[in-house]
Design a protein around this ligand. Structure first.
Ligand code: AMP
Length: 732
């Protein structure tokens, strides 16, 4: 009998039901045994407590969760008790000026739930004091800072040269029930220098027939000390075919020598140590009409303007004659802080781009070392242990404590006793080269010890050592995005080196170092190293030692080492990374490698390698070096892949027989100038001939899917590939 809400006895129609905590046994109801429960009335049997829960008493309506396990309000009683996830793993940060891409691995333990999300907390930390405060509002998170279901986020609009700590927290449906146990991994980064933001406010102060005085506000984000401003102006009707550039130290300028009653367009951009920022939008100004009376001051201005204009024209003519109009000289303008550069044809190469200086061009090598490297006091260095062996001596880890700076971990390369003067010079040449570089993906030189013995080169310490052995130790442990992040770092370092005019000649995974944040940095500089230091280097028939497997054919054949030959080596590094440190061309002899590459064979795609990355490798291994991608193109290709992780899902399958090189001689790759050419050419060929063994059933499907691989021009403007007959493509 049940009691109704009106207080009447209701006679159940049909048969009796057992109450909660009871199950029916024949005609009676019996209490559930300990370890069992029943949460609703009915004739069902008691259920065993789900995992991580217990019922100590008999007759239980539900089971209680074990310690540190929980059940959220919406979890059914039949569901196992769960716990918050463990922290995210292997966080990598890819810093690009004032933004950072954070990428991490899924927690080892999801707590038994599928609803794992991530929150990212940004903290700004002062360098020495180890104090952090929450990042202020201006910082942007893409797609958002909380409730992330993917394992990546981009944080933009950070301040330049600033330390930030990001706490990446993993959460699931029961995390709010255990607030004391936040499961996060923290990563600390320092943003790079960044160019200033554009000037947005420009004001006209005064106009005359021949001049305009302007002033403007500093950019909203100067990102450093503004060294000067570049003011570019031209007559509106000239359509920018000829323009004039002024440099101003302050935030105002007077444009002299203008035509009366003429409309001018003007753009301003600020410069810091990081280079020029983006130009402002075009502002329009008009000089006064001819009839405008000329004041004493104006006539003086005009005289100066005319004389400077004449000087400029004369100078331009002379320089034009001398240099075929490509370069122009400076002439002083009225303003002492301004330098005036008139240009024709819109061609302009601005000064300020740093280039690499070969230390061997110095008559006295010790002058080079002291120009580019800081002398350290040996008493500031504490050596801890030996971590490697270099050509000139041991490589140790240790600590550097300089006055009024915090202690840092360093690597210390030592020059072994009994060295010759040439060995000392060659050893220190690495520091003279490294000291000229300042980039987050190039190993940073702290300084040298040359005034006491042993002679030492001190660099930042890279906890995970060289990339090849690091990958072999962690076979198949990273996500594709993490591997692409590492490759992006290497490409960014190489872009910097090629912009500086430095050709590395020995780019290989063994010469990349990895720190604790998985940031990869290019190392191993020095002029003798390719010849002497690298165990992979072999003597060629023309003399000299070359690391054959990593080197472009033209560099092996006639020593044509360029940034394009570095791009070939970069393709080999991509292959090494995607195959977790496999040896390129396995145990083939150097002679066989040279012959195979010359005959058009190329390494096959490593296992599980995304088709887009394999395509990048093939592009880097173009025989014609001008068709290989430049490092800036490689960086932007990898950036696009990181932003569109879906583009990495199509896998380039290796041929079934392992260790087989791909024959690229079947089609003349140089005949395809673009992706479109390639796809069109495919339509004209019988499908089965081109894609024998591919998973696709029709050319059209393949053409479409291949085009999707390229995702909004992922591929650089180089020649197009032929897809190898032996290579199949499968979608995930
Ligand atoms: P190298 O003479 O530059 O080829 O260095 C020899 C070995 O020392 C490398 O393979 C690394 O294992 C180690 N090593 C060199 N530089 C560093 C560094 N900055 N941090 C950590 N290990 C390093």
């Amino acid at each position: 009998m049940y009691c109704s809400t009106e207080g009447e006895w209701l006679v159940p129609i049909g048969k009796c039901l057992c109450d909660i905590g009871h199950e029916s046994r024949g005609v009676t109801c019996q209490v559930c045994r300990p370890g069992f429960y029943k949460s609703s009335p009915g004739n069902l049997r008691c259920s065993k407590c789900p995992p991580h829960s217990h019922a100590h008493l008999e007759g239980s309506a539900h089971c209680s969760c074990e310690k540190n396990f929980f059940r959220s309000e919406t979890d059914p009683t039949s569901m196992a008790c769960t716990r918050p996830p463990s922290s995210p793993r292997n966080v990598i940060s890819i810093i690009n000026e004032t933004s950072v891409i954070l990428d991490w691995g899924w927690p080892a333990d999801s707590g038994g739930r599928k609803d794992v999300t991530f929150n990212v907390v940004c903290k700004r930390c002062s360098a020495g004091k180890r104090q952090c405060e929450a990042c202020r509002g201006a910082v942007r998170f893409l797609p958002r800072p909380t409730g992330l279901s993917n394992t990546t986020v981009t944080v933009a609009d950070l301040l330049a040269h600033t330390n930030y700590t990001f706490e990446i927290e993993a959460l699931n449906g029961v995390s709010p029930l255990a607030p004391a146990h936040r499961q996060f991994t923290a990563v600390t980064i320092t943003t790079n220098q960044a160019a200033p933001s554009p000037v947005t406010v420009i004001r006209k102060d005064r106009t005359s027939r021949n001049s305009i005085s302007l002033s403007w506000l500093e950019p909203e984000r100067p990102n450093g000390i503004i060294l000067d401003y570049e003011v570019k102006f031209y007559e509106k009707q000239e359509q920018e075919t000829s323009y004039t550039i002024l440099r101003a130290k302050g935030t105002n300028v007077t444009l002299n020598g203008l035509k009366p009653d003429t409309v001018y367009l003007l753009q301003i951009r600020a410069r810091t140590a990081a280079g020029y920022g983006a130009s402002s939008r075009k502002f329009e100004f008009e000089t006064s009409p001819d009839s405008f009376s000329i004041s004493g001051e104006n006539s003086q201005v005009m005289l100066i303007a005319i004389s400077s204009a004449v000087a400029i024209i004369l100078l331009s003519v002379v320089v034009y004659l001398l240099l075929g109009s490509r370069f122009c000289g400076y002439s002083k303008s009225k303003h002492p802080d301004e330098k005036r550069l008139p240009f024709g044809n819109g061609h302009l190469r601005l000064p300020g781009i740093q280039t690499y200086v070969d230390p061997h061009t110095y008559e006295d090598p010790s002058q080079a070392i002291h120009e580019f490297a800081r002398e350290l006091d040996a008493s500031c260095i504490a050596i801890d242990k030996v971590v490697g062996a270099g050509e000139f001596g041991e490589v140790c880890s240790g600590r550097l404590k300089q006055p009024s700076k915090k202690e840092t971990s360093v690597a210390i390369k030592t020059l072994k006793a009994g060295y010759t003067e040439t060995q000392r010079r060659d050893f220190l040449s690495e520091a003279s080269i490294m000291g000229q570089f300042d980039h987050p993906n190039i190993i940073r030189l702290e300084g040298v010890v040359t005034r006491s013995k042993p002679v030492m080169i001190v660099t930042e310490y890279m906890e995970n050592g060289s990339l090849d052995s690091f990958l072999r130790r962690h076979d198949a442990q990273f996500t594709v995005i993490q591997l692409v992040g590492m490759l992006r770092g290497i490409a960014s370092g190489m872009k910097y080196l090629s912009d500086m005019g430095y050709v590395h000649r020995d780019l290989a995974a063994r010469n990349i170092l990895v720190n604790s944040n998985l940031v990869c940095k290019v190392s191993d500089f020095g002029l003798s190293r390719v010849l002497e230091d690298d165990p992979e280097a072999a003597y060629t028939t023309r003399g000299g030692k070359i690391p054959i497997r990593w080197t472009a054919p033209e560099a092996i054949a006639y020593r044509k080492f360029t940034s394009a030959s570095d791009a070939w080596s970069y393709g080999i590094v991509v292959w090494e990374v995607m195959s977790y440190g496999e040896r390129p061309y396995w145990e083939m002899s150097n002679q066989d490698v040279i012959k195979a590459v010359d005959e058009g064979y190329r390494l096959p795609p490593p296992m599980d390698c995304p088709a887009t990355l394999y395509q990048l490798m093939l592009d880097c291994w173009q025989k014609e070096r001008n068709n290989r991608p430049k490092f800036d193109q490689i960086v932007s290709i990898l950036d696009k892949l990181i932003r569109n992780p879906g583009s990495l899902k199509i896998i380039a399958n290796a041929p079934s027989r392992e260790n087989m090189l791909l024959d690229r001689t079947g089609a003349d790759i140089t005949t395809f100038r673009s992706m479109r050419d390639w796809l069109e050419s495919m339509q004209t060929l019988p499908c089965k001939d081109i894609f024998n063994g591919a998973t696709y059933s029709s050319c059209n499907t393949l053409a479409k899917t291949s085009a999707e691989i390229y995702l909004a021009e992922v591929r650089p403007a180089a020649t197009c590939p032929e897809w190898e007959p032996a290579m199949g493509i499968t979608t995930l």
